[in-house]
Design a protein around this ligand. Structure first.
Ligand code: BDR
Ligand code: CA
Length: 311
């Protein structure tokens, strides 16, 4: 099994990504850390526990980490994900005693005490930048690093050029791209925008009538309204689960190696600048994804979340 830490900001699509990871036999999720992004870090930790509870996996520890971006003031996305971060209509209680602090130290200790741990980052890179600053050597042990974030040839979702995760904490994102010795798999909007839960798929899930089906239908409703009101799309784009799916099966996305930097401020703040023509003559620090087989993704997602319905 591949050991992974999921660093995230749940978040509706983060919650779906957690469900996919927990239902994937190839993975051993050794811990979940949260930082502020879609919602403040502590609330994100509660939402991560709710996703774990859905899969009877409360044995996986959840730690919240950084509550503010490195330099910018926090801007959350509660207009997109709801005040509670999971669509304002699903409130199954979890014990707050399970919300642990010390996300950054958990990441460092885990990397120091285990071989071959990968990190799948689904939110701003604040926790990762902080732990990398604190203990760069520990990161020599990182097996693979996947980051949902950035945009290459596609319009941003926070500005014409910036994607939310890198826009919330551009200093952290840039620091990680410049300092991590491993290549970052950049799962940006170019590929994640193709992953859409359409009304038909949602209706299909709804009719499966399991506990998980009800949860997914409930938490995505608010998100679907947001997509209709803001973008004129019926359905919802789910970004984060693609990063998990790609980690499991590389054939789901294609891309190329390149040097990437993230713009820290100004009009292009948060933009991932992908030097695809190699103007800067720097060694590639990223594998930038450009295309995805969305059917393959959807098949994996549904099959794993609704085992028993597949035949
Ligand atoms: C990213 O922003 C967040 O709102 C989502 O959870 C995803 O990680 C997409 O830009
Ligand atoms: Ca996220």
């Amino acid at each position: 099994k591949k050991k992974v830490i999921i660093d995230c900001d749940p978040g509706i699509d983060d919650s779906l990504a957690i469900l996919l990871a927990l239902n994937s036999p190839e993975l051993e999720v050794i811990g979940i850390t949260t930082c502020s992004g879609n919602v403040p870090a502590k609330l994100g930790a509660i939402n991560a526990l709710k996703a774990l509870q859905m899969c009877s996996s409360l044995n996986v520890p959840v730690y919240y980490g950084e509550e503010e971006p490195l330099k910018r003031e926090l801007v959350t996305a509660q207009d997109t994900h709801g005040e509670d971060g999971i669509g304002e209509n699903f409130y199954e209680e979890v014990s707050e005693a399970k919300v642990l602090s010390g996300g950054v130290d958990f990441i460092i200790d885990t990397l120091r005490n285990n071989d071959n741990v990968s990190i799948i980052a689904l939110g701003p890179l604040t926790n990762i930048a902080k732990s990398l600053m604190k203990d760069k050597e520990a990161f020599e042990n990182v097996d693979e690093f996947i980051s949902m974030g950035g945009a290459f040839r596609i319009h941003g979702n926070c500005s014409p050029v910036a994607e939310f995760n890198y826009w919330v904490d551009p200093h952290a994102a840039d620091y990680v791209y410049k300092n991590l010795s491993k290549k970052i798999h950049m799962v940006g909007l170019d590929v994640t925008r193709k992953i859409v839960l359409t009304p038909n798929i949602i209706e299909f899930i709804n009719r499966l009538d399991t506990k998980l089906a009800k949860y997914i239908t409930e938490i995505t409703r608010f998100y679907i309204d947001f997509h209709w009101e803001q973008e004129g799309i019926i359905g919802c784009v789910i970004n984060d689960p693609l990063a998990v799916a790609y980690f499991i099966d590389r054939s789901i996305c294609t891309g190329f190696d390149s040097y990437v930097e993230v713009v820290e401020d100004g009009v292009a703040m948060g933009q991932s600048v992908v030097d695809s023509f190699n103007f800067y003559k720097n060694n590639p620090n990223a594998h930038v994804l450009t295309d995805t087989d969305e059917k393959k993704f959807m098949y994996m997602f549904l099959k794993r979340l609704f085992k028993g319905y597949e035949d």
